[in-house]
Ligand binder design. Structure first.
Ligand code: CP3
Length: 350
């Protein structure tokens, strides 16, 4: 077992995540691995991602593809937020083109019996193995491990499929707050186990995805969601790896998400980056080019990417990213140009 690569401590992503000046503005893209890449489509074949990742060599290879193609400053493990729930046998699958689907959704206290603790080494050893394989190849480029935050995972388990309104989720939250809290607490423990295993296997940063939490107003977030997310982020503190916390539509939640224990808060494209920084004193930020803008001609994309850099105004503690995931129809050539632009024009202090 070899230790971490000696240059990893100076990696721009890890320095920026700690709010320190870096040799360049680091950039990576949520969903950088996936259908927008021809080399991914060539390797992947049909079927659920949950089956594909049983082959750690394949996961590691897909994780590395965008790093090779784009020269991004981080890799993110090819896996999914529902892997732990799937691995304990809750009956979750990922339907291609749709997202997570659950055979028997979580609807009452009786369903707690189906939510046993997650033991990464026993239930999904292929995840840690994929981390080890990818890290061995990545050298001085950090690997970001990740987990789904309790609210977002709960929303899939309760609704049974992607939802627009979160009607069943909100009805449980408000109608059965005791059950809701118990569910979130168990999902927090699941995320903690998963993240600790990934860090143990060599991940040098983590991201907690609360993608759909923007469906909630701040007071409800603070009372019924933040304690569970804070439990996860706090449990990771002792590892010393930077913690990134991200959701979509979270303009009014940003300050609370930072206070939940994140070192870096991910910003979607709706909040101008300078305003986001005002809401997050002392925190690093990640974002926030609109992924849909990347479908426009290069001049437009370049202009919008420069606007993000301008709003950060050279302050340390900025990780460039999209405001959400890469769209599958995106031309990867555009992202390669974005990486070059950020690296050339986004020097700290410029
Ligand atoms: O580059 C990366 O970001 C790769 C790792 C990654 C995946 N899922 C791979 C994946 C990450 C970080 C995720 C997290 C995830 N999964 C989130 C949070 C991030 C976000 O987008 O907000 C959410 C909400 C999910 C749930 C999920 N899984 C959805 C909505 C989908 C899309 C369904 C589809 O086919 O369009 C998935 C499946 C999934 N996860 C794919 C990928 C690359 C799609 C293709 C495949 O099955 O390999």
């Amino acid at each position: 077992m070899t230790g971490p690569h000696p240059d990893l401590a100076d990696a721009p992503l890890l320095r920026a995540a700690r709010g320190l000046p870096a040799s360049r503005v680091p950039v990576w893209f949520m969903r950088q691995a996936g259908r927008s890449l021809p080399e991914y489509r060539a390797l992947r074949g049909e079927g659920s991602i949950l089956d594909a990742i049983h082959d750690p060599g394949l996961s590691a290879e897909i994780t590395l593809q965008p790093v090779r193609r784009y020269g991004v400053d981080a890799a993110i493990l090819y896996s999914d937020i529902v892997v732990p729930a799937h691995a304990i046998g809750f009956g979750v699958d990922v339907a291609p083109g749709i997202g997570p689907v659950v055979t028997k959704p979580f609807r009452s206290a009786a369903d707690l019996a189906r939510l046993r603790p997650y033991e990464p080494d026993v239930d999904a050893p292929y995840v840690s193995e994929a981390v080890r394989l990818a890290v061995a190849e990545l050298g001085a480029t950090p690997l970001i491990g990740f987990a789904g935050a309790p609210f977002t995972v709960a929303s899939y388990l309760i609704e049974g499929r992607p939802s627009r309104t979160y009607g069943l989720t909100k009805s449980m939250m408000h109608g059965e707050p005791g059950l809701w809290r118990e569910l979130l607490d168990r999902l927090a423990d699941m995320a903690i186990a998963s993240l600790l295993a990934q860090v143990g296997a060599g991940a040098s940063a983590i991201q907690l995805f609360d993608s759909w939490v923007g469906a909630l107003p701040p007071d409800v977030y603070e009372e019924l969601v933040m304690p569970a997310s804070a439990k996860v982020l706090t449990a990771l503190e002792a590892t010393g790896v930077p913690r990134i916390h991200f959701g979509v539509g979270t303009g009014e939640l940003l300050t609370l998400m930072g206070a939940a224990g994140a070192d870096v808060v991910g910003i979607d494209w709706r909040v101008p980056l300078d305003m986001a920084r005002d809401r997050l004193p002392g925190k690093a930020v990640q974002g926030n080019l609109d992924p849909a803008v990347c479908l426009a001609p290069w001049d437009v994309v370049a202009d919008r990417a420069r606007d993000v850099l301008r709003r950060n105004a050279g302050r340390p503690g900025h990780i460039f990213n999209l405001g959400h995931g890469v769209l599958p129809e995106l031309d990867p050539g555009i992202l390669a140009q974005v990486v070059d632009l950020v690296h050339e024009e986004g020097r700290a202090g410029a």
